[in-house]
Every structure is written in structure tokens, then in C-alpha cells.
Design a protein. Structure first.
Length: 97
């Protein structure tokens, strides 16, 4: 059951929008490897704002994701791709279909 989530907002540097899109969409295979990640979405909000939303059944899965390959790659590439640091919010899923 989806109980917990993460919402990550990413603001691309000017001229790096396609690179951010490519980066986050290329992370799907890594997300598929994570047994504790129930759902994982990469999305665009506007021309330069992107996001990732994922869900977990427990805190162990969420923490494993935060310490995993996607998070590590994001932090390594953030200075080159992003205008600001990633904004990461932990949340509780109240209802889902």
C-alpha cells in the first residue's frame, strides 16, 4: 500500500532544460530496480521546472530511495543542470487509486 511519498522539484538552468528532461527520464530503469519504490513518476511542470514523485509502503523504502543511485546521480549532476538545489519534500499519501 502506498503510504509515504517524495515530491522533488527541479529548476533547470537556462539552456539545460532538455538535459534535465533526459536525465530524469533516464532514471526509470534505476527506479525499477528499487524494491521499496512502489511508483515513480518523472514530469514537467513548465518549460524549466521538472519533478519526480514516488511512493513507498514504509519509511525503510523511502530512506533506501533517498540514499540510492538516483539521488546520488541527481546530487552529482545538480551543479551542472539545475539553477537551484533540488527541493525535496517528504509527504504522507492520504488516498490513492
Amino acid at each position: 500500500m502506498k503510504k509515504l511519498g517524495l515530491l522533488v522539484r527541479l529548476e533547470a538552468k537556462a539552456g539545460k532544460e532538455k538535459d534535465v528532461e533526459a536525465f530524469i527520464t533516464s532514471a526509470l530503469p534505476l527506479a525499477n530496480e528499487e524494491t521499496g519504490t512502489i511508483t515513480w513518476y518523472a514530469f514537467r511542470i513548465d518549460a524549466s521546472t521538472f519533478g519526480i514523485f514516488d511512493t513507498f509502503s514504509d519509511e525503510e523504502g523511502r530512506e533506501a530511495h533517498l540514499g540510492g543511485k538516483i539521488a546520488k546521480a541527481l546530487m552529482e549532476n545538480a551543479p551542472e543542470l539545475l539553477a537551484t538545489a533540488p527541493f525535496i519534500e517528504k509527504l504522507d499519501v492520504l488516498a490513492a487509486k
